[in-house]
Design a protein around this ligand. Structure first.
Ligand code: ZN
Length: 258
């Protein structure tokens, strides 16, 4: 069994054929999927979708691109949603200084508010970070260390190097690899995937984005995670089954999937 720890299948991109997408994932051996929210609407839609299927779980949060929308009411709304039994994490949140769709100060503020919420709810964080490693670590290192160690969190769609992976796992943060690791010319990322501590290794699709090699240019979907798992197995010189077993056990532990 594989677990897709990060997909956006509650989004409108799947409104026409969501059921087929889910059935293809089951057929491909995906046993559980985590449906990630990026704002108020997608968080609500993810929670609603998770109620319909026992193998779907949800996260609630505000993406750094939307950080300007953060305010105390929205935070309260996210907190209320997070009380739902199928909600397994806060996010995706984090910092994106590559696109800077929201002002960096607003991104830091929204990220910090969600770190505080995750600590309060004892839920892991799903962290998006792009061109913002130093700032991301500054905020995470300000968080309650005991919380991070005990509850854990995730760097989703990891694009860092060995050093960033090590700094993250040192704080108790797991590292989730997407289809990017299957792309050519990603030697630094592949090196991180090859040598990182297996106890913190996770996989995801980030569907509908970032289809793995062989599906590039198409809408991504959870069934394509098989390609990413095969690539990780090749990089780590181990079997596909071992990657499946390790990453699923880690996902069950970090997200406390029932
Ligand atoms: Zn995402």
């Amino acid at each position: 069994m594989l677990i897709d720890t990060h997909c956006h299948i509650a989004n409108i991109e799947y409104d026409a054929d969501r059921e087929e997408v889910i059935q293809r994932a089951i057929k491909a051996g995906i046993g559980k999927m985590i449906v990630v929210g990026t704002d108020s609407l997608t968080s609500q839609r993810g929670v609603a979708l998770s109620e319909k299927y026992p193998f779907l779980f949800a996260t609630v949060g505000l993406h750094p691109h939307e950080a300007e929308e953060m305010n105390p009411q929205l935070l309260l709304e996210l907190e209320k949603l997070s009380l739902h039994p199928k909600v397994v994490a806060i996010g995706e949140t984090g910092l994106d200084f590559y696109y800077n769709h929201a002002k960096p100060e607003k991104q830091r503020e929204a990220f910090w508010m969600q770190i505080t919420l995750a600590q309060k709810r004892r839920l892991p964080l799903v962290i998006h970070t792009r061109d913002a490693w130093e700032d991301t670590f500054v905020l995470l290192e300000k968080a309650d260390r005991a919380y991070l160690k005990e509850v854990g969190s995730v760097f989703h769609c990891f694009t860092g190097d060995k050093a960033a992976a090590l700094r993250g796992t040192g704080l108790g943060i797991s590292i989730s690899f997407s289809g990017i690791v299957t792309f050519p010319k990603t030697a630094t990322l592949q090196e991180a995937a090859a040598c990182m501590d297996s106890r913190f290794l996770l996989i995801e699709t980030d569907a509908p984005f970032l289809s793995p090699q062989g599906f590039r240019g198409k809408r991504n979907e959870p069934s394509y995670i098989v390609t990413t798992a095969e690539k990780i197995a090749a990089l780590r010189n181990c079997s596909f089954e071992e990657v499946a077993e390790t990453t699923s056990a880690n996902a069950n532990r970090v997200f406390r999937l029932l």
